[in-house]
Design a protein around this ligand. Structure first.
Ligand code: NA7
Length: 542
């Protein structure tokens, strides 16, 4: 039997991470009634769930924060160059308190479906707690790396001991003292967690399928002078960051790696290696577009790995050779490679000897069984589309979003999909999202959406929806830009390659944060070009 709709709102926001929090704040300021549903018991999104040891942001803390409120950015102090998960979570909590956001957030609640009622131009939203509500607008602030994924390994659930996924870590923490631990995966999460677990556990066995390139973070307590430099002119620095390709302010060299001497090239890499962090990829302008240029950076890092890891056989297994550097998300670490010099750490090359099964006692590969007490799955996420696919989303004429996206996501600007009026995605597929400083991209989307909703209201309009033509054009453009780079050559989660059966489509927009913002702004300035705006009583809504 149908449960009656009990509440109506102007907007429903799904998720109370950095996107949902800021969206709520902005809609309130428009005088709208918005309700947020959040699966976790508190705010923070990614930083609420990913509590694994060593979890840390790979964007510098002075840049990984909201910029919309100067008092907020001035009063908050980060204790380290790269903030740890607990500190970022405290920050999210601080923002929620300061803006009094929690009173409009219902926690421990998952949205299960969202259906568009075309007659009334309203979204009907249902939750796993029995809520049945309606709203004119529905904003998916569901995150890009929020649907944790366990691999299909035979016997996976037969293991006798505890298992963990980095993206759903127990809140009380895990004590690995005296224990033998298996870590499956060597992506960003594993690379942060392994050194910390290895210092505590009796023994760690790392199961690596594909090695990754990682740059030392050179993390350190916050330098007071550096903090002051940012804060003394925060607005100007932020403005510069917003115009950058990644939304992160750091020095980009506009020279090609191939136009300089070997000496100059090595010096540039050395300087960036010593500085630490993802700014390494800014060493030359053509690292992600020219394979030969890329090879020089990749070989530099491989040589660093060979220098850090004492056993040459282990070093070769750790040195990535199958993908260009940067085409899988570049990792940032603290003593990752050095950890393999520890007597209590072993590396299993799963590419050579694949995992055959998980047994009650441990992990069995073609090379034999490794007995362990705990298994840590650092196996990643169903990126960018997984969280949306988990909700039954039906637009006009009952069309199902997952079905529409069966061959890969189709959006206009990564903000909306044709046939789904008033359904917005924050940092959706087709926007820079995971290729950028997420907070910069989140603020850009939320600001754009707020202006868009204000525009509709000012004109007495009810709906906005992209045209099929605009969407097709954007998808084609996104593919075209991606294929000008080396990215599609790697079997990465950017390509959907980590999920068996997921179509291979380059998910984020690679044209750059600054360029993308200009496009979005120009489209708005032209009266929301490529969108159809309608009113309930207007023929245009049909
Ligand atoms: P990632 O980057 O998707 O890494 C997942 C890792 O797990 C990666 O090394 C995978 O190897 C490995 N994996 C996945 N399935 C298996 C199986 N079946 N057997 C062996 N190894 C497997 O996820 P993270 O959580 O580290 O990082 C995600 C993002 O979060 C990160 O980029 C930051 O933005 C934050 P593969 O490469 O597929 O061979």
């Amino acid at each position: 039997a149908a449960v009656p709709t009990t509440q109506s709102y102007d907007a429903i926001i799904v998720g109370a991470g950095f996107a949902g929090l800021y969206m709520l704040h902005r809609l309130r300021r428009l005088g709208m009634r918005a309700q947020v549903y959040e699966a976790g018991s508190d705010v923070g999104g990614t930083w609420y769930w990913n509590r694994y040891p060593g979890a840390r942001c790979d964007v510098e803390s002075m840049q990984y924060s909201y910029s919309f409120d100067d008092a907020l950015q001035q009063e908050w102090s980060w204790s380290e160059r790269f903030a740890s998960q607990p500190e970022i979570l405290r920050y999210a909590g601080h923002v929620a308190d300061r803006l009094d956001l929690r009173r409009d957030i219902q926690f421990d609640t998952r949205v299960t479906s969202a259906h568009f009622d075309a007659k009334r131009a309203l979204w009907q939203v249902a939750t796993d707690r029995g809520d049945r509500v309606t709203a004119r607008f529905c904003v998916m602030a569901t995150g890009c790396l929020s649907a944790a994924r366990l691999p299909e390994i035979p016997g996976r659930d037969s293991f006798a001991g505890p298992t963990y996924h980095t993206g759903a870590w127990p809140h009380e923490g895990v004590d690995f003292t005296g224990r033998r631990v298996a870590v499956i995966g060597t992506g960003s999460s594993a690379i942060q967690a392994i050194p910390v677990i290895a210092r505590q556990a009796a023994h760690v066995t790392v199961f690596q399928r594909t090695p990754n390139f990682s740059i030392p973070s050179r993390n350190a307590p916050m330098d007071a002078e550096y903090e002051n430099w940012w804060k003394s002119d925060y607005a100007a620095h932020r403005a510069k960051a917003r115009a950058m390709r990644t939304g992160i302010l750091y020095g980009l060299n506009d020279k090609s790696a191939l136009e300089v001497s070997e000496e100059e090239r090595q010096a540039e890499y050395e300087r960036r290696w010593a500085n630490g962090g993802t700014a390494f990829m800014g060493a030359f302008s053509d690292l992600i577009t020219n394979r030969q240029a890329n090879d020089t950076a990749a070989e530099f890092v491989r040589n660093k790995i060979r220098g850090m890891v004492r056993d040459p056989k282990v070093a070769e297994i750790l040195a990535p050779k199958s993908h260009p550097i940067g085409t899988k998300r570049i990792c940032v670490d603290t003593e990752y490679y050095e950890t393999f010099n520890r007597p209590n750490v072993a590396l299993v090359d799963v590419a050579a000897t694949p995992i055959e099964a998980i047994t009650p006692a441990g992990v069995r590969t073609a090379a034999g069984e490794v007995a362990v007490d705990d298994i840590v799955f650092a196996t990643g996420f169903d990126a960018m589309t997984g969280a949306l696919a988990a909700i039954e989303i039906r637009g006009r004429d009952g069309i199902d979003l997952a079905a529409k996206w069966a061959e890969g996501p189709r959006t206009y600007l990564g903000l909306m999909s044709a046939g789904f009026p008033n359904l917005f995605m924050i940092t959706g597929p087709g926007s820079p999202s995971v290729l950028s400083n997420m907070i910069v991209s989140i603020e850009q989307h939320v600001d754009w959406l707020t202006d868009c909703i204000a525009h509709l209201r000012a004109r007495g309009l009810d709906t906005i929806e992209p045209t099929q033509e605009a969407e097709d054009g954007w998808v084609a453009h996104g593919n075209e830009v991606a294929h000008r780079t080396l990215y599609p050559s790697a079997a990465s989660w950017y390509m959907g390659a980590n999920i068996p059966g997921k179509p291979r489509v380059f998910l984020p927009y690679i044209g750059g944060v600054g360029v993308y913002r200009e496009k979005c702004d120009a489209i708005a300035a032209a009266g929301y070009e490529g969108f159809r705006l309608g009113g309930q009583n207007q023929a245009a809504a049909a």
